[in-house]
Design a protein. Structure first.
Length: 280
């Protein structure tokens, strides 16, 4: 199916993009990997597309104690770069879709799209990332956990652009993003973003977030608390694994039932925690 007729605007900078978006029924176009299919299916019918995909000012990775990533940074760029203390980002980026998707899709597009099965939302939630959002009113910052509101819904309003994401390095943490898929290149059936800091045999901090198990990324603070200040014994791991599925009701669909997803969550967490403990 072809999309309905749409106007196209290519701004020279973010200021021009924001000016055009104000008062116009416009949608931002970044990599187009999620937006174009929605236009073709006529799920979305904006009057204009504002193409920010090639704005150099939004494409960067600035490393430091706090790393900042511009919104039009492509998946392949993140997949090619090891950011010290944030290795989980490279790990996740390399698992997004396939080579074609990674070549054009952007981190800002993925986060703004907020697909409940996408990979970055769980990762940036586990990292306690800060979203930096620009509109003509100025800049505002929001924690990742508050940014995601539900399926394909964020706190962004139509006059706003997700400009960059800010993340503190997790120095000395073991970190991994794992996803279970039915076929190579698929969205996650369940994905786990995990980072733990082990010092003198004790877990000093833990970050545990899942994708594919609800309307938005799910951070399990109960599971985190079960392993904090423990030696990560088999019993500590079992308690965390049970806590991770307490009170949640993952969706059932053609790829797996709700109970199956819960089993996958448990296996992913158990195996990953055991691997991290055994490697320390
Ligand atoms: C075959 C296929 C497989 C895929 N597999 C996976 C996968 O395994 N895991 C995964 O996570 N993703 C997957 N994706 C999605 C992919 O990651 C997309 O790149 C991503 O969802 C959207 O990024 P984009 O840059 O293409 O954004 P677009 O499609 O251009 O935009 C998506 C939405 O975000 C809005 N938007 C874009 N940028 C901004 C911004 N800076 N500020 C505000 N709003 C913005 C747009 O208006 C639109 O509503 C897959 C896509 C395809 C086509």
């Amino acid at each position: 199916m072809y999309p309905a007729q749409i106007g196209y605007y290519k701004p020279q900078n973010v200021g021009e993009a924001l000016e055009f978006m104000e008062g116009n029924d416009a949608k931002i176009l970044a990599g187009g990997q999620s937006l174009i299919p929605m236009l073709k299916l006529r799920i979305l019918k904006p009057k204009y597309l504002v193409d920010i995909g090639e704005l150099a000012e939004l494409s960067f990775i600035k490393e430091g104690e706090e790393t900042t990533i511009g919104s039009t940074t492509k998946h392949w760029e993140l997949a090619s770069k090891r950011i010290s203390g944030l290795e989980i980002i490279q790990n996740a980026a390399s698992k997004v879709g396939d080579v074609q998707v990674r070549n054009v899709g952007t981190v800002g597009g993925s986060l703004s799209n907020a697909d409940p099965s996408s990979d970055y939302p769980a990762v940036f939630t586990a990292l306690d990332a800060t979203m930096i959002i620009r509109s003509r009113r100025g800049l505002r910052e929001e924690k990742a956990e508050d940014f995601f509101k539900g399926p394909f819904t964020t706190s962004l309003d139509p006059s706003e652009i997700l400009e960059r994401v800010k993340v503190k390095a997790l120095k000395g943490y073991k970190q991994v993003y794992k996803k279970i898929v039915r076929r190579a290149g698929d969205y996650a059936l369940v994905g786990l973003a995990l980072a733990i800091k082990i010092d003198s045999g004790m877990v000093k901090d833990a970050r545990i977030a899942f994708t594919g198990v609800g309307d938005k990324p799910y951070r399990s603070r109960e599971a985190e608390n079960e392993i904090k200040d423990t030696k990560l014994t088999d019993s500590d791991i079992s308690k965390a694994v049970e806590a991770s599925v307490k009170g949640i009701n993952p969706p059932s669909d053609s790829r797996g039932s709700s109970n199956y997803r819960k089993e996958v969550m448990k296996r992913l967490l158990k195996n990953s925690l055991e691997e991290m403990r055994n490697a320390s």
